[in-house]
Ligand binder design. Structure first.
Ligand code: GLC
Length: 746
C-alpha cells in the first residue's frame, strides 16, 4: 500500500501546489454565443487560417522567405496554431505576432509531450508495464504541469494505437497489444494531461492518436497500408479511442495509414460516421504531419486541392504542415466544392477549445516566466519519474534467486555499451531530453552499492558494429567480480517513428559479449534497454537473471539500482508479447484454438503449428516476476449462471508466500467457448494491482456482467450471446492459477 499511497499523496501535493486544481466551470452556452459572434465577423481567409497549423522550427534559424511568409501569415490571422514553439519566451513572442491580426484570435501552441516535458519519464510502453493507472495518470499530470508552465496548450498524446507487431518502431509510444489495458491507460493519460476540466494552468489539451489502426501497418513498416476487418477494427483498435472520448479528450489526430484502401485523413467512415457521428465527438481533429497532402502520393487524391476537399469532407479539421488548406480550401468553397458549413463547423470546434483554455481572456495565460522557473524545478517531479521507472521494470527471469544483489556481492562488474549512456535512457520522443538531468545506470548503481562493494566497469562493445576489441577487458573485469551486470539493448534512435526493423535481435555483437561473460562461470544479470520487444535467444536461455528496462527515463539509473538491490521489489508485467523470432509476428496472447489445435505436445503434423518453432512466445503478455511469490486460491462465484441483466461476483484470495513485501497484478481472462464469431482463447477482462506484506492475504473481487461478456458480432453489434464462458485468473496470460466456468442463460 506504501507505493500506491505515495503516488496519491504526490498527485494531491502536485495539484494543491499548482493552486489551480481546475478552471472556472465553462459556460458552454456563453462560449457558443461568443464563437457565433466571432464567426460572423471572420472572412473566409481568416476561417481557413484557423484550420492551419505550422511548425515553429521554421521561425528559428536564419532569415528566409519561408520564415518571413510564416510571420506575415501569423500577423494576418492566417495561422490558427503552431507546434514546436517551446518555452515561455518564444510562445509570448509568437503569440504577440498573432495578436496583431485584425480579430486578435490567439494561437494554440502544441508539442509532442509524449513521456514528459522537462522531467523525462519512462517511455509509454514502459509505463504500460506498470499496470498502475494512478502512477500513469500522475506521470501525465507532471508532464502537463511542466508543459503548461512552459507555454504549451496542447500535447499530441496519448498515442493509443494498439500494436501487435514489434517490427513497428512506434510500439514504444503506446500501451501495447491489448484493447482492454489500452483503454484503461488511454483514460488515465487523458485525465492526467487534462485534469477534470480544461482551463487550469496545470493542464493541457490531450490528443488521442493516431486515428485509426496505425499500429496494424502491413509488415510492421511505418506509414504502410492497413487492411483490417471491421470486426477487428471495432474489437481491437477502436476501444482505446472510445475510452479517450469518454474521458473527455480535447482533440484527435488522424494517421498516415490507409484503412482498407482509404487514407485515415480522408476517411469519412472513421472521422464523421464513427467519431463525430456515433460517438458524438465535439472536439477537433488535427491531421498528422502533412498527411492531407500525402493523399496525393497515396494515389487517393489527384492534387493538393483534391486532397484538401477530401480531407475537410471526411472530417479533418486542422491541417498540420501540408499547405493544402491554406492554398486551396477558400477556392474550393468559392467554387461550391466545399460547403461553408463544413468550414464553419471545423472553425467552431477549434475556437471552442481556445475559449475553454481561457486564451481569449488572457492569450499569455500559459506563458508566465516566474511559473515556468518554479514548476520546472519542482523536485517532486523527479521523485515521480523514479517511482514510475521502478514500477515499469519487468523481471523476466531470476534463476536461483540471483537477484536481488546484496552485501555478499563484494565486487559487482557492470559491463556493456549502455551502462554509462545517458541520452539512451530518455528514449525517443523526448524532445527536451537534457543529458545533464539524466542519471546513468552506472551512476545510479555506483551511488547505491554499499561502502564494502567495489564496482568494476568495462564497456565490452558498442551497441552496433562487430568489434570485439573490448571483450578481453570485459572478461577480465568479470573474473574479478562476484556477479556480472550486463547492460545491453537498442540505442534511443532504434525505436520510434520511422524506425521499423526486420531483425529484432540485439544489434551488433552484444549477445556474443554475453556469452563471453557467461563463459567465466560468474552469475550474469542482464539488463536490456529498448523501445520494443527484442529477441535475445542466448541471453534468454543462459542468463541467470533478466531485467527489462525499456527506456526508463531520466531517473532510470537510480530506479534500476533500487530494483537490483531489492529496495523496490519489481512488479512490472509485459504489455506486449515477446516473440521467439520475427517469423511469429504478428503475435499476441489472443490466439484462436483453430480447427486443428495442437492437443499433444510435439504432435504438429497437420496441426496449426510451425515446423521450426513452437507457437508460444519467448515471454507472454502479462509476464513479470517478483522477488516474492504469490498463491492464488479460494475462487468463488456468487452464482454459476447469469441472465443478461444480472452480474456475477468473482472472488479469490491472493497470499504473499515469500519473505518480501511485493505487488502483484492479478489478471482476469475470459474465453467465450462458442459464439457467432470465433473467439480468442483468452481476452483480458480485468486486473487489479495489489501490495502485500509477507504472509498477508487479500480477497480480490471482479464483477462480470453482460458488458464483460460482449463482443462485436458479424453485424458489428456489441452483444453477449448465451452460452458457456471459461474464466482464468492468474499472474500472466500463460500463468493462470485458477479456472472457473460461467453460463450466460437467455
Ligand atoms: C509526427 C507523428 C505524430 C506527431 C506529429 C507532430 O509525424 O506521426 O505522432 O505528433 O508528427 O510532431
Amino acid at each position: 500500500m506504501r507505493f500506491q499511497f505515495s503516488c496519491l499523496l504526490l498527485l494531491t501535493g502536485l495539484l494543491l501546489a499548482s493552486g489551480s486544481a481546475g478552471a472556472q466551470p465553462s459556460d458552454a452556452a456563453g462560449t457558443e454565443q461568443r464563437i457565433s459572434t466571432l464567426l460572423a465577423q471572420m472572412t473566409l481567409a481568416e476561417k481557413v487560417g484557423q484550420l492551419t497549423q505550422y511548425s515553429g522550427r521554421q521561425l528559428t534559424g536564419p532569415a528566409s522567405d519561408r520564415k518571413t511568409d510564416l510571420l506575415n501569415s501569423i500577423r494576418s490571422g492566417l495561422v490558427g496554431s503552431m507546434l514546436n514553439v517551446t518555452g515561455v519566451q518564444a510562445t509570448r513572442e509568437v503569440q504577440a505576432e498573432a495578436l496583431k491580426s485584425r480579430l486578435k484570435i490567439p494561437l494554440l501552441f502544441g508539442l509532442d509531450v509524449i513521456h514528459g516535458y522537462q522531467t523525462v519519464f519512462p517511455i509509454p510502453l514502459a509505463e504500460a508495464a506498470s499496470w498502475d493507472m494512478a502512477a500513469i495518470r500522475q506521470g501525465a499530470h507532471v508532464a502537463a504541469r511542466e508543459a503548461a508552465a512552459a507555454g504549451q496548450h496542447w500535447t499530441f498524446a496519448p498515442m493509443v494505437d494498439v500494436a501487435r507487431d514489434p517490427r513497428w518502431g512506434r510500439v514504444m509510444e503506446g500501451a501495447g497489444e491489448d484493447a482492454y489495458l489500452g483503454a484503461q491507460i488511454a483514460r488515465a493519460r487523458v485525465l492526467g494531461f487534462q485534469g477534470e476540466r480544461l482551463g487550469g494552468t496545470d493542464a493541457i489539451m490531450a490528443c488521442a492518436k493516431h486515428f485509426a489502426a496505425y499500429g496494424a501497418a502491413t509488415a510492421g513498416r511505418d506509414y504502410n497500408a492497413v487492411d483490417l476487418s471491421d470486426q477487428q477494427l471495432w474489437e481491437t483498435y477502436l476501444p482505446p479511442f472510445k475510452a479517450a472520448v469518454d474521458a473527455g479528450v480535447a482533440t484527435f489526430m488522424n494517421s498516415f495509414n490507409t484503412l482498407n484502401g482509404v487514407p485515415a485523413t480522408g476517411n469519412k467512415y472513421l472521422q464523421r460516421d464513427i467519431l463525430k457521428g456515433q460517438w458524438k465527438y465535439q472536439g477537433f481533429v488535427v491531421s498528422d504531419w502533412g498527411s492531407i497532402g500525402e493523399m496525393v502520393p497515396w494515389g487517393y487524391a489527384r492534387d493538393p486541392a483534391d486532397a484538401a476537399q477530401k480531407a475537410i469532407t471526411a472530417g479533418s479539421d486542422m491541417d498540420m504542415e501540408s499547405d493544402a488548406y491554406r492554398n486551396h480550401l477558400a477556392q474550393l468553397v468559392k467554387d461550391g466544392k466545399v460547403e461553408t458549413a463544413l468550414v464553419d463547423d471545423a472553425v467552431r470546434r477549434i475556437l471552442r477549445k481556445k475559449f475553454e483554455l481561457g486564451l481569449f481572456d488572457d492569450p499569455y495565460k500559459f506563458s508566465d516566466l516566474k511559473r515556468e522557473k518554479q514548476v520546472l524545478s519542482d523536485p517532486q517531479h523527479r521523485v515521480a519519474a523514479r517511482q514510475m521507472a521502478e514500477k515499469s521494470l519487468v523481471l523476466l527471469k531470476n534463476q536461483n534467486n540471483t537477484l536481488p544483489l546484496g552485501k555478499q556481492h563484494r565486487t559487482v562488474a557492470l559491463i556493456g555499451p549502455l551502462a554509462k549512456s545517458r541520452r539512451d535512457l530518455d528514449g525517443s520522443w523526448a524532445l527536451n531530453a537534457d543529458t545533464t538531468l539524466i542519471t546513468s545506470f552506472y551512476d545510479g548503481l555506483a551511488k547505491r552499492v554499499g561502502a564494502g562493494t567495489r564496482l568494476a566497469y568495462a564497456k565490452g562493445c558498442n551497441v552496433q558494429g562487430d568489434s570485439r576489441a573490448g571483450f578481453a577487458a570485459a572478461v577480465a573485469a568479470a573474473q574479478t567480480a562476484d556477479v556480472v551486470v550486463l547492460a545491453v539493448g537498442e540505442t534511443w534512435e532504434m525505436s520510434g517513428e520511422a524506425k521499423s526493423r526486420t531483425d529484432l535481435h540485439l544489434p551488433g555483437v552484444q549477445e556474443e559479449l554475453f556469452q563471453a561473460l557467461k563463459a567465466t562461470g560468474k552469475p550474469v544479470v542482464v539488463v536490456i534497454f529498448g523501445g520494443r520487444p527484442l529477441i535475445f535467444d542466448a541471453i534468454a536461455e543462459q542468463a541467470d537473471a533478466i531485467l527489462y528496462a525499456w527506456w526508463p527515463g531520466a531517473e532510470g539509473g537510480p530506479a534500476l539500482a533500487n530494483v537490483l538491490y531489492g529496495d523496490y521489489n519489481p512488479a512490472g508485467k509485459l504489455p506486449m508479447t515477446f516473440p521467439r523470432n520475427a517469423g511469429q509476428i504478428p503475435i499476441s496472447y489472443q490466439q484462436y484454438n483453430t480447427g486443428r489445435p495442437i492437443t499433444k505436445p510435439g504432435e504438429i503434423r497437420y496441426k496449426s503449428a510451425y515446423l521450426d518453432a513452437p507457437n508460444t512466445p519467448r515471454y507472454a503478455f502479462g509476464h513479470g516476476l517478483s522477488y516474492t511469490t504469490f498463491r492464488y486460491d479460494n475462487l468463488q462465484l456468487s452464482q454459476p449462471t447469469l441472465t443478461a441483466d444480472q452480474s456475477v461476483r468473482v472472488q479469490f484470495r491472493i497470499t504473499n508466500t515469500g519473505t518480501r513485501a511485493g505487488e502483484e497484478v492479478a489478471q482476469l481472462y475470459l474465453h467465450d467457448v462458442v459464439a457467432s464469431v470465433a473467439r480468442p482463447l483468452k481476452e483480458l477482462k480485468g486486473f487489479q494491482k495489489l501490495a502485500l506484506k509477507p504472509g498477508e492475504s487479500q480477497t480480490v473481487t471482479f464483477t462480470i456482467d453482460r458488458a464483460t461478456l460482449s463482443f462485436y458480432n458479424q453485424q458489428l453489434a456489441w452483444a453477449a450471446e448465451p452460452g458457456d464462458f471459461r474464466l482464468f485468473i492468474g499472474s500472466a496470460s500463460d500463468d493462470t492459477r485458477l479456472e472457473g466456468k460461467l453460463t450466460l442463460v437467455p
